[in-house]
Write a new protein. Structure first.
Length: 447
């Protein structure tokens, strides 16, 4: 099939590349000429494992194209994916400007039947709103080309995006049009039936469940999924604080409850809290949507509150260990909101670093991928070339992101470099017993 992907951000690039790899002809469109030129040369502007190689392969095999001309790209395609950013506004509402711009371009350009797929996470009801904009634009040009809007939410995680697309837990298709649903089923058939070629052997899945529903329910599924996942994390973080007081180990508690199939072990890792480009935005959006209907989201509000508290709890731990923070040197390992990504949006590390600096600490930081200072990180944060430079003369180390290389560090060497041997394992990934044996005072989260 011929596909047009509007938006070359995270979701757009990954979706477009994976669908090209399944054999479709895909044009990714963006108004950003520099970005398109870079992509044409196979240079991917985001850090995502294996994405570069997959882009290069599909460009070389003439299935994946990049263009600034949206009109031509829309007209040449059977299905148009809206994969535009939907950032939060200061009041928590979603900024739909980019989605609106895409819908206007589609309304102006379409000249025969098209399926418009909303991949962006948009407030409930946005599918109908996109239809309205396309119709309005058509009316201005005195045309009435038929089209259908589909919601097909994306559930990929940064850092494992390609795997998550090919081996997703489910595909959700929401539309009132039988024709559009059948075409979408055909497009996703290789994933649903797991018939595409892969080096992974044995395949993690034999078949992927498909949920066909109405537009609004599909939009709701995405918000409810992210809210539930964030709830699991905040729940275990709340439990972790109780574990600390009573002397239990939250990692064992998570194992113990996670074995119950009704609960499941995933997303029960206690730590410094959740961040990223999705959970904070989506939880705030769903509260906002509920408020528009006179409802309050009591569970979601508590989930957000516990998450804020979790970041403050790290500062409390630092105070307990160091007593006075002013004048102390603290090393922070990891800036990105999770490993295997360069994304620092709502990263817990940033809140922690900024608060420590406000309290008078000198903070040294290192991240394997984040090399440019994020705009919301204090100017005073000192970037180091590696973890060992961070450790030099530090009184305390905080592991904020569980990058693999931090787990494999030579802690004997780290101990010799530090002024004091205090460590806060903000992700419960380090070998607690070994660190204690070496001579560290180890503080985890709920253990
Ligand atoms: C999330 C959803 O998982 C994905 O389905 C959706 O499409 C987009 O939002 P992402 O934001 O990429 O994906 O990362 P995710 O792996 O979900 O982690 C989110 C945050 O939760 C990270 O800060 C991570 O460190 C934290 N987390 C995750 C925990 O603190 N504990 C856990 O057990 C799991």
């Amino acid at each position: 099939m011929k596909l047009c992907i509007m938006g070359t951000g995270y979701v757009g690039l990954v979706t477009g590349t994976c669908l090209a790899d399944l054999g479709n002809e895909v044009i990714c469109v963006s108004g950003d000429e520099n970005k398109i030129n870079l992509l044409k040369q196979g240079k991917v502007p985001i850090y995502e494992p294996d994405l570069n190689e997959l882009v290069e392969k599909n460009v070389k095999e003439n299935r994946l194209f990049f263009d600034t001309d949206s009109e031509k790209s829309i007209q040449e395609s059977d299905i148009i994916f809206i994969c535009k950013g939907t950032p939060s506004q200061p009041n928590g509402q979603v900024n739909l400007k980019y989605v609106e711009d895409a819908a206007i371009e589609i309304g102006r350009a379409i000249d025969d039947y098209k399926i418009i797929v909303n991949k962006s996470t948009v407030p409930i009801g946005s599918g109908d709103w996109v239809s309205m904009i396309i119709n309005d634009e058509q009316e201005k040009l005195n045309k009435n080309v038929p089209f259908d809007v589909v919601s097909c939410p994306e559930f990929l995680r940064e850092g494992s995006a390609i795997y998550d697309v090919f081996f997703t837990d489910r595909i959700v298709i929401g539309s009132s049009s039988k024709k559009a649903i059948e075409t979408m089923k055909k497009l996703y058939e290789p994933i649903i039936n797991q018939t595409f070629e892969t080096d992974i052997n044995p395949r993690p899945k034999t078949k992927v469940p498909l949920v066909v529903t109405d537009l609004t329910s599909a939009e709701m599924i995405k918000y409810a999924a992210n809210s539930f996942l964030a709830t699991k994390i905040s729940f275990i973080n709340e439990i972790s604080s109780i574990c600390e007081k009573v002397g239990a180990d939250v990692t064992k508690v998570a194992d113990g409850i996670g074995l119950d199939k009704r609960i499941g072990r995933e997303f029960l890792d206690a730590g410094v809290g959740w961040g990223g480009s999705c959970f904070p935005k989506d939880l705030s959006a769903i509260s906002q949507i509920a408020a528009e209907y006179g409802l309050s989201t009591q569970i979601i509000n508590a989930v957000v509150q516990v998450n804020k508290q979790q970041r403050s709890n790290i500062i409390k731990k630092v105070q307990e260990l160091l007593k006075i923070i002013k004048g102390k040197t603290i090393g922070v390992l990891g800036i990105s909101f999770k490993p295997n990504t360069d994304d620092t949006r709502y990263a817990p590390a940033i809140t922690i670093i900024n608060n420590l600096i406000k309290l008078g600490a000198r903070v040294k930081v290192y991240d394997p991928i984040v090399k440019d200072k994020p705009s919301d990180l204090s100017e005073k944060a000192i970037f180091c070339k590696d973890s060992y430079e961070v450790a030099e003369n530090s009184h305390l180390l905080i592991l904020a992101t569980e990058w693999d290389e931090f787990i494999k560090l030579d802690f004997e060497k780290i101990k010799k470099l530090m002024s004091k041997n205090l460590i806060i394992d903000g992700r419960n990934v380090l070998d607690k017993e070994n660190l204690k044996k070496i001579g560290f005072t180890y503080v985890g989260i709920g253990r």
